[in-house]
Design a protein around this ligand. Structure first.
Ligand code: GLA
Length: 373
């Protein structure tokens, strides 16, 4: 009996450790971690054993590191980077310039100081402080995040308004000056959508032509059981690879919940019970047929990635376990979603082993997987 349990333990440990190992010859498999993950020995072990690249989900965002002008808080990041380096992980710095992570004090600066030079200086100081501090330790930085809108326009954020569209170029240049060996990425969602894809493609092509140090594109990958059409994902990967960029799926998760209509977002407090049940249907457990769809969806997505492995450099899951996923709170709050590889008890889901099997048997394992939906 003791021998049997030992054997079982050995097999399950082996399988948990297998994901990034099995995919190593195709691409890196990474994970985004929260401070809670790093505070728990159980999840830390999963992150150390199962993934070759780490991103911190929150701690490197500007609002987290520079709480007041010039007042930095590096404790969490220092710890994260130290642990990543000790465990030989490719650490991704996420993210230097993102309109949603601007510290609140930026908008409170006196009006007369707000001009292009002032904001360029702010950007330069922020980027060179952060990139410089971890020089040689961070493999790559998501330099600019979400600079375009869904319909392919420059997002009207503070940087665009105060500096102009070259804030993107400047950000990459500042990062490169602070650590010339770090890889530098542009990261965004909705890149399967042609209007947005065209705009980002055109902008990056122009930057590369000017010699701006940009090395990769992060396709975020917050998906669902029906979004995106996988032929569009396939197309996006192939298209961006034409620019001679590292192509990465940087924030992969698959929501199984219904997407609320625009009129339902932000209205949670007004939902009656029937509406909530409709929008949060699996609050007790995930039905077997939905779990099956979820597993197939991950496998189909991974077949697209495996088939494109010559272009894909990394696939990062946006979180370890369902309990800490942001998908529980987006686009509406307090739902129970199941988007990741580990469940609420940190137990490996069946899909984990299915992905391992897929890599082991590739290309034959993908013969029967659907490509286009
Ligand atoms: C974007 C950001 C991530 C994360 C997610 C959801 O995708 O790039 O850092 O904040 O939103 O929270």
């Amino acid at each position: 009996m003791r021998c049997f349990s030992f054997l079982f333990l050995l097999i399950s440990c082996h399988v948990s450790a297998d994901l990034s190992v099995e995919y190593r010859k195709y691409f890196d498999v990474g994970v985004a971690l929260s401070s809670k993950d790093l505070a728990s020995e159980e999840s830390k072990k999963l992150a150390v054993n199962g993934f070759s690249s780490w991103t911190h989900e929150f701690a490197m965002k500007w609002s987290q590191v520079e709480v007041k002008p010039g007042q930095y808080n590096f404790e969490v990041v220092d710890e994260f980077v130290k642990l990543g380096v000790e465990n030989n992980k490719k650490i991704i710095g996420h993210t230097l310039v993102w309109y949603k992570a601007n510290p609140t004090w930026l908008a409170e600066e006196p009006n007369h100081r707000r001009n292009r030079e002032y904001y360029l200086q702010k950007l330069r100081t922020h980027i060179s402080t952060l990139v410089g501090r971890y020089k040689g330790k961070i493999y790559g930085w998501d330099v600019v995040n979400e600079a375009f809108t869904y319909d392919g326009n420059y997002r009207n954020n503070i940087w665009y308004r105060e500096i102009g569209e070259d804030y993107i170029q400047k950000s990459f240049e500042f990062a490169h000056a602070a650590d010339p060996n770090a890889k530098l990425f542009y990261n965004d969602f909705g890149l399967v959508n042609l209007e947005k894809q065209d705009a980002v493609f055109k902008a990056i092509k122009a930057l590369k032509k000017k010699g701006v140090p940009i090395h990769g594109i992060g396709i975020q990958g917050h998906y669902s059981l029906s979004f995106p059409d996988l032929s569009k994902l396939d197309h996006a990967i192939k298209r961006f690879s034409l620019l001679d960029l590292d192509v990465m799926i940087t924030e992969l998760d698959i929501s199984v919940l219904p997407h609320p209509g625009p009129e339902e977002k932000g209205e949670e407090e007004n939902f009656d019970e029937a509406k909530m049940l409709q929008l949060n249907p699996y609050s007790v457990e995930l039905p077997v047929d939905v779990e099956k769809k979820f597993d197939e969806r991950y496998q189909n997505i991974f077949c697209v990635l495996l088939r494109n492995h010559k272009h894909v450099d990394r696939v990062t899951f946006w979180g370890l376990s369902d309990s800490r996923s942001w998908r529980n709170d987006w686009p509406i709050q307090d739902r129970v979603d199941y988007p990741l590889l580990f469940d609420r008890n940190m137990k490996k889901k069946a899909v984990f082993d299915k992905l391992v099997t897929l890599a082991k048997g590739f290309p034959r394992s993908c013969d029967s997987q659907i490509v286009s939906s």
